[in-house]
Write a protein that binds this ligand. Structure first.
Ligand SMILES: Nc1ncnc2c1ncn2[C@@H]1O[C@H](COP(=O)(O)OP(=O)(O)O)[C@@H](O)[C@H]1O
Ligand code: SF4
Ligand SMILES: [Mg+2]
Length: 345
C-alpha cells in the first residue's frame, strides 16, 4: 500500500501531490457485469501507472475493456450491473474507489477529466457552448458570469475555434464534428486537470480532422504537463502521440511497452495482428491483413490464453495455462508463453 500524499489547505481543500511522479495507479482491477444471462468478466486484473506529463495509449479491439477501464477510473460505471470485486485505482496515492463521495466529486472532473468519442451527445443541445464552458468556472471556481464567459472565450481560442468571441453564444448543432470535439476538449481542460482521459476522441471524425485533434491534444498535454490516457482501437492514430502503450485483450493487458519498441517489434501475436491491420497509404485498395475470428464472449472466456482460438502460434499449453504478464526484454512486458519467439520473429 502506498502512503497518501496530500496536504489540506486552510479552507479544507485537499491538494494532491504525485508520488514519485505517479499520478494514477490502477492495480489488479476487476470489473464484472452481472446480467440476467450471466456474469460478463469485462476486466480481469488490469494494472498500470500513469506518470506526470506522460501519454499512455490503451489499444485494443472493440469490446476489449478499454472504455470500462476508463469508466471505472472516472466512477461513471452503472453499479449495478457493474461490480468491482477486486482492485485499486489510486490518484496521487488516494484510493478513488473508497474515498468519501464529497472528496470524489472534487477529484473526478476537476483533477481527473475525460472526453468521449461522441461530442454531440456529451454537450447539452439547448445551451450555447460558451455558457456550458463558463458553467465550469462558475461552479468550480466561483467566478461571476462575465469573468466566466471571458475565460470560456479564451479557452475556445486556445482550442483554435475560429472567431471564438463571436461564436460563444452559438449552440452545439451549429458546429462541425471537429469543432464540437474541440469544445469538449476545452471543457475537459477548463479546470486544469492533472489527468486527461480521451476515449476514442477522433473515431467519429474524418482523417484530416483526426490528425488536427490529435495534435491539439498533444500540444495541450505538453503545455500543461498533463498525464494523458489515449484510448483507441487504431494504433495508427496514437503512434506519434503516445510514449507508452498497453494492449488489452478480453479484459487483460497482453502487452506493455514503449510505443516505438512495440511498433518496431511487437512481443505478442495479438499486437502483431493489430499492427498488420493498420491501413497503409502505400497499400491502397489491397485487402488488409487482419486477425481472423472474433474476441471471446466475456461470459465464456476460453481457458488458458484467451487469444488461443485466434492465434496462429497456439500450442497445447496455450489452451490450459494462463500466460502471466512478464518482462520478456528490458522494459517490455508480454502475456504470451512464446513471447521471446514473437520478438525474434
Ligand atoms: N452496461 C454493460 N452491461 C453488460 N456488459 C457490459 C456493459 N458495458 C460493457 N460491458 C461488457 O464489457 C465489454 C467491454 O466493453 P468496453 O470497455 O466498452 O469495450 P471497448 O474496449 O470497446 O471500449 C463489452 O464487450 C461488454 O461485454
Ligand atoms: S500464449 Fe499461445 S495462444 Fe496466447 S498469444 Fe501466445 S502463442 Fe498465442
Ligand atoms: Mg470503447
Amino acid at each position: 500500500m502506498t502512503t497518501e500524499t496530500s496536504t489540506r489547505s486552510a479552507n479544507g481543500e485537499v491538494t494532491y501531490t504525485p508520488q514519485d511522479g505517479r499520478l494514477l495507479e490502477v492495480e489488479d482491477l476487476h470489473v464484472e457485469f452481472h446480467t440476467p444471462d450471466g456474469i460478463a468478466r469485462a476486466i480481469n486484473g488490469v494494472s498500470f501507472d500513469l506518470h506526470e506529463g506522460e501519454s499512455l495509449a490503451i489499444l485494443g479491439e472493440s469490446g476489449s475493456g478499454k472504455s470500462v477501464t476508463a469508466q471505472a477510473i472516472m466512477g461513471i460505471l452503472d453499479m449495478p450491473p457493474a461490480v468491482i470485486p477486486h482492485g485499486y485505482i489510486r490518484y496521487c496515492g488516494h484510493d478513488l474507489l473508497t474515498m468519501p463521495e464529497e472528496q470524489r466529486r472534487k477529484t473526478r472532473g476537476p483533477e481527473v477529466s475525460m472526453i468521449f468519442q461522441d461530442a454531440l451527445s456529451s454537450l447539452n443541445p439547448v445551451f450555447p457552448v460558451g455558457w456550458q464552458i463558463a458553467e465550469m468556472f462558475r461552479i468550480h471556481r466561483g467566478m461571476n458570469k462575465s469573468d466566466a464567459l471571458e475565460q470560456a472565450v479564451r479557452l475556445m481560442e486556445r482550442v483554435q475555434i475560429p472567431a471564438a468571441r463571436d461564436r460563444v453564444k452559438a449552440y452545439p448543432h451549429q458546429f462541425s464534428g471537429g469543432m464540437r470535439q474541440r469544445i469538449m476538449i476545452a471543457m475537459a481542460i477548463a479546470l486544469d486537470p492533472a489527468v486527461l482521459i480521451a476515449d476514442e476522441p477522433t473515431t467519429a471524425l474524418d482523417v484530416t480532422v483526426q490528425a488536427q485533434i490529435m495534435s491539439l491534444l498533444q500540444e495541450l498535454q505538453q503545455e500543461r504537463q498533463m498525464g494523458l490516457i489515449l484510448i483507441t482501437h487504431d494504433l495508427g492514430v496514437v503512434a506519434d502521440v503516445a510514449d507508452r502503450i498497453v494492449v488489452m485483450y478480453a479484459g487483460r493487458l497482453v502487452e506493455k511497452a514503449d510505443v516505438h519498441d512495440l511498433y518496431r517489434n511487437p512481443a505478442h501475436p495479438y499486437t502483431r495482428g493489430l499492427l498488420e491491420s493498420i491501413p497503409r497509404l502505400d497499400q491502397k485498395g489491397q485487402t488488409l491483413a487482419a486477425i481472423g475470428g472474433l474476441p471471446p464472449n466475456l461470459m465464456r472466456i476460453p481457458p488458458g490464453c484467451a487469444f488461443n482460438p485466434r492465434c496462429r502460434m497456439a500450442q497445447d499449453v496455450c489452451r490450459t495455462e494462463l500466460p502471466p504478464l512478464r518482462e520478456v526484454a528490458p522494459g517490455r512486458l508480454s502475456a504470451c508463453h512464446f513471447a521471446e519467439e514473437v520478438i525474434d520473429a
